[in-house]
Design a protein around this ligand. Structure first.
Ligand code: ATP
Ligand code: MG
Length: 392
């Protein structure tokens, strides 16, 4: 394959003035991170354009796939760079490029040259004519259409000569790192990885907290969450995953509180602990995978009661989505297969047969009073013994 580089097109929304540099720097940083496993690449800006150029051999499909995970990228144009500024070389390179990019030769085309380097002896008009002619001579089935071409052959004469044509769709969104940081409550389920992905797409860096309950939940259940964090990290960048041992708190709630209120009370403590780590890590919000009415703990009444313990905003990007819509995104981003592995979750172990669906805040608070003499110590213990896994 002759393609050695990509022209990166990115969104212009909200990137006026100083923000533009922040946006572009964050985008370049995220591209470098994403391309690291693919090979050696140089990421650079040149006259208001962004390029990713291979510095070693790389697998084309792998490179495109990695770029398609970088938020902020709107379009990816496979490109060849002709470093010899000689029209005979340019002709040859363009013909090979078209031959490789479009195996079926029955399209209309237009050459669109731009000359940034005024030293180059031909102006853009002359380049258009010259190269257009050569393409017509070389491939039988192709025709020129200047108004509505199937294929636009872009030739930019700048420091080097850049040749590109097709544009592969990027994920859109904003580069991670341009919009602060938030704490994701990440379980082994389908919804929370999707929620993390959706908030990261808006440029937010992600930390995560997972509650496990050994020995009731296994090492493998924990590994599944680490695996999910790894997949989300492909989009969101490195994630610090806080693994909280929640067993003693769960047992205390189980022992001292009405069983039909277990889930709500447990969720309130999860939020409190997650918020503690959020504050410690300068996260400005919490993120959960909750969706109205999905399960008993997610009725609007119970969501309100869960929310009540948090001082910071709680983002719930799946809130208005049906399960199938969440599943569709999980499949698209590659978390679904991991999410459906059958390992126990700490929430499901102590779950009541008939959990309350219309929780009453006063009553829940009353029930929580039964925990008064133990909960501070238990919370402190859980927080102090938390393990932080740096997921890349
Ligand atoms: P998911 O598919 O994300 O697990 P769910 O449909 O299983 O969601 P719940 O178990 O009620 O729903 O959890 C709702 C939200 O609470 C999750 O999306 C997640 O953000 C958080 N959560 C639940 N369990 C845990 C856990 N063990 N560790 C961290 N967060 C959790
Ligand atoms: Mg769950």
């Amino acid at each position: 394959m002759q393609v050695t580089a990509f022209l990166i097109k990115y969104g212009e929304i909200g990137i006026k003035g100083k923000n533009r540099y922040m946006f572009e720097d964050a985008l370049m940083k995220q591209i470098r991170f994403a391309m690291n496993p693919v090979g050696e690449f140089e990421v650079r800006k040149e006259s208001g354009r962004m390029f990713v150029e291979g510095r070693s051999e790389f697998d084309y499909d792998e490179a495109v796939e990695a770029l398609q995970k970088v938020f902020g990228i709107v379009g990816i144009c496979p490109m060849v760079i002709e470093k010899t500024k000689d029209i005979e070389h340019v002709r040859k390179t363009v013909l090979t490029f078209i031959d490789e990019q479009y195996p079926v030769k029955d399209f209309t085309f237009k050459v669109h040259a731009r000359r940034g380097d005024k030293e180059f002896p031909m102006n853009s008009m002359a380049i258009n004519m010259d190269i257009g002619e050569k393409i017509l001579e070389a491939f039988d089935g192709v025709k020129v259409d200047v108004h509505n071409p199937d294929v636009m052959v872009n030739i930019e004469v700048r420091k080097y000569i850049y040749i590109y044509s097709q544009e592969i769709k990027g994920p859109g969104g904003m580069p991670v790192g341009t919009n602060g940081k938030a704490m994701l409550l990440l379980s082994g389920g389908i919804d929370s990885p999707v929620a993390g992905y959706m908030i990261a797409k808006r440029g937010v860096r992600i930390d995560a907290t997972y509650f496990h309950a050994p020995p009731y939940t296994s090492e493998r259940a924990k590994q599944k969450v680490v695996d999910l964090a790894k997949i989300v990290a492909k989009y969101a960048g490195p994630i610090d995953l806080h693994v909280v041992n929640f067993t003693d708190i769960q047992l205390a709630i189980y022992e001292k509180c009405p069983h039909d209120e277990l889930t709500i009370i447990m969720r309130r403590y999860m939020m409190k602990i997650a918020e503690h780590f959020a504050n410690e890590n300068n996260d400005l919000a919490l993120i959960t995978g909750e969706s109205i009415g999905q399960v008993a703990s997610q009725t609007i009444h119970n969501l309100a009661i869960t929310n009540e313990v948090c001082g910071m905003p709680v983002f719930r990007p799946c809130i208005g989505m049906d399960k199938q819509e969440i599943v569709d995104i999980a499949e698209k981003i590659g978390t679904f297969e991991t999410s459906i592995q059958p390992f126990e979750d700490c929430c499901t172990i102590f779950v009541a047969k008939h959990p309350v669906t219309k929780g009453n805040l006063k009553r829940i608070r009353k029930s929580e009073e039964h925990l008064n003499d133990v909960i501070d110590d238990l919370m402190k213990e859980a927080i102090d013994s938390t393990e932080v896994i740096h997921v890349k």
